[in-house]
Design a protein around this ligand. Sequence first.
Ligand code: ZN
Length: 178
Amino acid sequence: MKGVQEISKSPSTSKRTLVSQGSVDVYAAQCNNCLKWRVVETQEKFEEIRSKASEKPFICSRKANISCDDPADIEYNSTRTWVIDKPNLPKTPQGFKRSLVLRKDYSKLDAYYITPTGKKLRTRNEIATFLKDNPEYKGVSATDFDFSSPKIMQDTIPEIAEQKDSANKKVKIAKGDT
Ligand SMILES: [Zn+2]
């Protein structure tokens, strides 16, 4: 577990958390030496660490004035819901933003990208079309985007969500192609 993100979930609320859509509010990385968790200040820094997870494993000393002797910034436990990104995912190109939204039933996170013009792109095809239609991003390649959704750590899902999930399974009705 090296590059990890955490999903927002205020520990004191109950219902609100379930009805509002969750998104990542804290980024953290685990030290390869002492296994402590360090908070990563920005998504950009997090993506930088994640993109080189194998090549350059994260260690505490990459944070200013921090060493393995310092206490962990954050503990892995069920006071928050943790999700783990696949290591080595590409760093999001400049101006674009990768976003993850947790489904209400905690079953999955949906990944999408927001373009510099504010457009939401949900698939690789949409990315390819966007890049084709906007030649000013010619330095950007479709392979710089990855829609893999992170793994939700089951032991950090609130119990109420699991119950709701099993009691109220939603069936998606296929409508056919438009
Ligand atoms: Zn360490």
